[in-house]
Design a protein around this ligand. Structure first.
Ligand code: NDP
Length: 464
């Protein structure tokens, strides 16, 4: 690198440092949000150097401030007549390139910091899809686990009774996330329709029979694997024959496993918050069908897999252990698909020690920053969430298009579009990494490419 360029990068870095100090001061205690902002900002020193207009337009300072945060009370009554009160949120983060778009998460851990991190990530992920969608996220600290269908319905109806006045097909279009699947989207949509008196594409992830898109349930997992295949293809390799660790056993994990099988790879693990199962014989299609029934219909625990299939072992989660033994299992590739901060530095060391050559994020921010740096420095191909798992929101945007047209595409049509979107995200990320001096670093590439699109739109629209 030329001395003058090095000086420029240093100047960019000090701009980023000053910016981060300001963000930390204004958002003390929002750990997950600060982690997400820092991860993006660390990639942007070169961009700020080349675009002084972003500095004077205070684009970075504006993009970390949500356009609107809505918080509301969600009271509901359980099957025994007891009243419960949960918190509902919607973070409408950025609408520079389209209506706010992003999922709803129902999980006891939900708080404003987690939703701000997810909403912030969503802005750049959505920009990478090339489709006209802004970024948002929402949810509640409600725990659907162990609740009856009627309780979940009453909760969803109460949640939507407030949310409905803030959303709309051209304003904000929520979807699912952890704890919000087809059942919850149905209850939420029913209540919206009743309150707004209109049948409109206000939520995505709907059932096919009433406005959903084919391939939407599969899209995040399929897209993650398409992205992984593109990364391997770029270095003359393929997924064929690879033994893959998968964490989680929900929507993203299930369809990651399915597409891995389609492409000749073998998933050998799945998990839930209780622990993980390792199946050295591989999770084949019949076993995957059994997992889908366990998780989506019977709503059971993954522990039961080890009782059902000989040769599989179950390891209970141990929060005090400092690392997750799942990432110490011998394999060729890893697909974290459960939740944020699943892979720490020790886990990354185990993956590297076992010569795992590919880590692709199906979940949002599953890899801690130090672990991510270590993997990339060690030459592991690393697919960051905002690029790799963008297939879900991309097909959500295709669902919005189909709703506007009052038309539904075939399975093949949607899958072809998903494949070409994932290829385009891969190319944009690779090109931006090259142009900004980090060839092969998809984390930097995705941050830069996503940010540039949003920043340019914000500049065009003035100080708003
Ligand atoms: P689901 O609710 O369908 O599944 C989540 C899975 O992760 C479950 O197996 C769950 O186990 C496990 N899990 C959740 N929280 C924890 C935790 N704290 N510790 C360990 N395991 C946990 O969610 P999705 O599959 O939809 O989402 C998974 C990830 O993918 C999330 O990060 C989400 O933001 C991301 N994502 C999802 C998209 C989608 O289209 N659905 C789109 C893009 C990203 P348990 O049942 O025990 O809770």
């Amino acid at each position: 690198m030329l001395v003058k360029d090095r000086a420029k990068t240093q100047a960019g870095s000090s701009l980023v440092d000053a910016f981060m100090a300001e963000v930390r001061e204004r958002n003390t205690h929002e750990e997950e949000f600060l982690q997400a902002v820092e991860e993006v900002a660390a990639s942007l020193s070169g961009v700020l150097e080349r675009h002084p207009e972003f500095q004077s337009g205070k684009v970075l300072q504006r993009v970390v401030e949500p356009e609107r945060v809505i918080q509301f009370r969600v009271p509901w009554v359980d099957d025994f007549g007891e009243v419960h009160v949960n918190r509902g949120f919607r973070v409408e983060f950025n609408s520079a390139i389209g209506p706010y778009k992003g999922g709803l998460r129902f999980h006891p851990s939900v708080n404003l910091s987690i939703l701000k991190f997810l909403g912030f990530e969503q802005i750049f992920k959505n920009a990478l899809t090339t489709l006209p969608i802004g970024g948002g996220k929402g949810g509640s600290d409600f725990d659907p686990k162990g609740r009856s269908d009627n309780e979940v319905m009453r909760f969803c109806q109460s949640f939507m009774t407030e949310l409905f006045r803030h959303i709309g097909p051209d304003t904000d279009v929520p979807a699912g996330d952890i704890g919000v699947g087809g059942r919850e989207i149905g209850f939420l949509f029913g209540q919206y329709k009743r309150l707004a008196n209109e049948f409109t594409g206000v939520l995505t992830g709907k059932s096919y029979g009433w406005g959903g898109s084919l391939i939407r349930p599969e899209a995040t997992g399929y897209g993650t694997v398409y992205f992984a295949a593109a990364m391997l293809e770029a270095v003359g390799k393929s997924l064929e024959g690879k033994r893959c660790l998968v964490s989680g056993s929900g929507n993203v994990a299930q369809f990651t496993c399915e597409k891995l099988l389609d492409l000749g790879a073998t998933p050998i693990s799945v998990s839930d918050s209780g622990g993980f199962v390792h199946d050295p014989d591989g999770i084949d299609r019949d076993k995957l069908k059994w997992i889908m029934d366990l998780k989506n219909v019977r709503r059971g625990r993954i522990k039961e897999y080890a009782d059902q299939f000989k040769g599989a072992t179950y390891t209970a989660a141990d929060a005090s252990s400092g690392s997750n033994p799942l990432w110490g299992v011998d394999a060729d590739a890893a697909f974290p698909c459960a939740t944020q901060n699943e892979i720490n530095r020790t886990d990354a060391e185990h993956l590297i020690g076992n010569k795992v050559g590919l880590v692709v994020e199906g979940a949002n921010m599953p890899t801690l920053p130090q672990a991510q740096d270590l993997l990339i420095e060690s030459g592991v191909l690393f697919g960051p969430a905002k690029a790799a798992n963008a297939g879900g929101v991309a097909v959500s945007a295709l669902e919005m298009t189909q709703n506007s047209m009052r038309y539904q595409w075939t399975r093949e049509e949607v899958d072809d579009k998903l494949k070409s979107i994932m290829r385009s995200i891969h190319q944009q990320s690779a090109d931006a990494a090259d142009q900004y001096g980090s060839p092969g670093n998809y984390a930097v590439g995705a941050n830069v490419a996503g940010f540039l699109k949003v920043a340019n739109a914000m500049m065009d629209q003035g100080v708003v």
